[in-house]
Design a protein around this ligand. Structure first.
Ligand code: CO8
Length: 266
């Protein structure tokens, strides 16, 4: 996995840690970072699809102690025209879709500034665990643009329209405790505990039925975009579909036998 210039990849236990590593630019996203994120996510998706479930959670974070990602790279955008901006934003959205489609949870470990495209990348993950030092914001209006990688849409879905509008039109940064209060971050922890907290979450997930985790994530994402009746139907189908798996029989039998379940992702 040495062929990434802007990312550091490390497997720890059942977690794949992906660190965006451009500390001199506060880990800003340029087209190369987006392309490398696509590659790393594609490879992980293929690995799992081929039946290798050794990785049960993705942790996305930023290198260094200052920034998660301070936005899209302004020096890469300054001379862009409409078409280039469109393909940059579309490539970002494709990364968002890949994160949503991964059959394992993707956790944003927000270690510092998560601004603009950085806040958007964190929100493209399934949930956010923030360091007490983290700061969030959608400051694009200061540059006379708007969020282009889901900020106007995912932020609203997480925190509601009114809070989202306030953040997107003022460009103001909020601290981790405020992000927690409004539901943007799930947890806030001391900076030195951030990675271990995320690794602990992955460890917990790794004890669960892998296909059930994948189905829970799929149904939660897809159902959130559907009317309740259709979403409930999606749940019923996924729930009953899991009764065709060996893991369902093993999970329930193990409970009744008072022993730990041995799941096989089958
Ligand atoms: N792009 C490029 N370089 C950056 C960026 C950035 N977003 N952020 C910081 N840097 C660079 C600085 O230019 C500086 O470089 P140098 O040392 O060469 O001068 C270095 O990082 C350190 O930054 P500062 O000196 O500014 O550090 P401070 O501690 O004073 O300030 C801040 C930290 C508050 C984070 C400040 O750097 C800042 O405001 N950065 C810009 C934040 C921003 O506006 N982000 C939004 C960008 S627009 C966007 O994200 C749109 C997304 C669209 C779609 C994306 C699709 C993938």
């Amino acid at each position: 996995m040495a062929d990434y210039e802007t990312l550091e990849i490390e497997d720890r236990g059942a977690a794949r840690i992906v660190r965006i590593n451009r500390p001199k630019a506060l880990n800003a996203l340029n087209p190369q970072v987006i392309a490398e994120l696509s590659r790393v996510l594609e490879a992980l998706g293929q690995q799992i699809e081929a039946g290798d479930w050794s990785i049960r959670g993705l942790i996305l974070t930023g290198a260094g102690d200052k920034a998660f990602v301070a936005g899209a790279d302004i020096s890469a955008m300054v001379d862009m025209g409409r078409d280039e901006a469109m393909s940059f934003a579309s490539a970002g959205h494709a990364v968002g879709e890949m994160l949503a489609n991964l059959p394992i949870p993707a956790i944003a470990a927000v270690n510092g500034f998560a601004l603009g495209g950085g806040c958007e990348l964190a929100m493209a993950c399934d949930f956010i665990v923030a360091s007490a030092k983290a700061k969030f914001g959608q400051p694009e209006v200061k540059l006379a643009v708007i969020p282009g990688f889901g900020g106007t849409q995912r932020l609203t879905r997480r925190v509601g329209l009114a809070r989202s509008i306030e953040l997107c039109v003022t460009g103001e940064m909020i601290r981790a405790d405020e992000a927690l209060r409004i539901g943007l971050a799930n947890r806030v922890v001391a900076p030195e505990e951030l990675l271990d907290t995320c690794l602990g979450i992955v460890e917990t997930v790794a004890k669960m039925g892998p296909l059930a985790v994948a189905e829970a994530k799929r149904v939660l994402h897809q159902g959130a975009e559907l009317p309740l009746e259709a979403a409930n139907q999606l749940e019923v189908e996924a729930f009953s579909g899991l009764f065709e798996t060996a893991d369902q029989a093993e999970g329930m039998r193990a409970f009744l036998d008072k022993r730990a379940a041995q799941f096989s992702a089958k």
